[in-house]
Write a protein that binds this ligand. Structure first.
Ligand code: C2E
Ligand code: CA
Ligand code: CA
Ligand code: CA
Length: 280
């Protein structure tokens, strides 16, 4: 039953109170999750479009909540950023992803895989990020140029001199930097001049319409050519159909990922994909 009058939350509407309480519950849940290691990574293959070869993986976090089951990142990354919990969570992601991919590379006979890790603006604000990245590389034995850090354009909006310097410090470790969701922000082109970027990830919203919409197709192919002119790799996100693959590969987009190839896979499913004859 609802309480009225002297209720200490009386300045809130009942719906707001529920939302407020839910945020507090979720924050303590998330703190517990960090302590109890309730996170797992999924690995989505990144594929060379003209050959189908898997060249790398993007690591994507999931929260294995004891009651709610698998919680996707959109439902907890914003809170993790507000509370600063993204710093320990992000460090765990870096360590886990580099460790796992280094282990796969040791077992594999083919060309070594690269691994892409999403980095939040809040992590970049911390001066220790270059040390954390170096430490993850040292602990895993992964070669620096096989690690890509994915930064969103919104992250790059804040270009305080320290942020730019930190990106250069990270770049100096030998890792690659990618602009994620390219084309969705307001000054994508300016970022290409200011930041030491190696890879452009073409946002899914362009890929979605690349077959049916001439404007989306022209923009997508324009971004690919821009990448070539600047000697950057281009990765198309969210490829779901053969028609999109044909259009992108025809336009010389180098790499891609999406459900057409594979969803983000558990470690064990990715293992089966890499080592199909390895029956236990
Ligand atoms: P993102 O970096 O743009 O990742 C791509 C998202 O698209 C992933 O969602 C992936 O599962 C999904 N996706 C891939 N292929 C397809 C497709 O063909 N169709 C559709 N509809 N979706 C596809 P996910 O895993 O839910 O991640 C959402 C966002 O959460 C990511 O977007 C990224 O911004 C953030 N995120 C994920 N993991 C981390 C992490 O470890 N740290 C941080 N800071 N952010 C993360
Ligand atoms: Ca990403
Ligand atoms: Ca993206
Ligand atoms: Ca996205």
């Amino acid at each position: 039953a609802k309480k009225h009058g002297k209720d200490k939350f009386e300045m809130f509407e009942p719906g707001m109170r529920v939302a407020f309480q839910a945020t507090i519950d979720m924050e303590s849940d998330l703190r517990r999750a960090v302590v109890r290691h309730e996170f797992e990574l999924r690995y989505q293959p990144i594929v060379r479009l003209n050959s189908g070869e898997i060249t790398g993986v993007e690591a994507l976090i999931r929260w294995m909540h004891p009651e709610r089951g698998v919680v996707p990142p959109v439902e907890f990354i914003p809170l993790a950023e507000e509370t600063g919990l993204i710093v320990p969570i992000g460090e765990w992601v870096l360590r886990e992803a580099t460790q796992q991919v280094a282990a796969w590379n040791t077992r594999r006979s083919g060309r070594p895989l690269t691994v892409s890790v999403n980095i939040s603006a809040v992590q970049l604000e911390h001066s220790v990020l270059p040390e954390i990245v170096q430490s993850a590389l040292d602990a895993s034995g992964l070669r620096a140029d096989r690690l890509t850090l994915e930064l969103t354009e919104s992250l790059l909006v804040d270009h305080r001199p320290e942020t730019l310097q930190r990106l250069h410090d990270i770049k100096a470790l030998g890792v690659r930097l990618a602009i994620d969701d390219f084309g969705t922000g307001y000054s994508s082109l300016a970022y290409l001049r200011q930041f030491p970027v190696d890879i452009i990830k073409i946002d899914k919203s362009f890929v979605d319409d690349v077959v049916d919409e001439p404007t989306a197709a022209a923009l997508t192919h324009g971004i690919i050519q821009l990448g070539r002119a600047l000697s950057l790799s281009t990765i198309a996100e969210g490829i779901e159909h053969a028609g999109q693959l044909t259009s992108l590969a025809g336009g010389n987009c180098e790499l891609g990922q999406g459900y057409y190839f594979a969803e983000p896979l558990t470690r064990s499913d990715f293992d089966d994909l890499l080592f199909p004859i390895d029956v236990p």
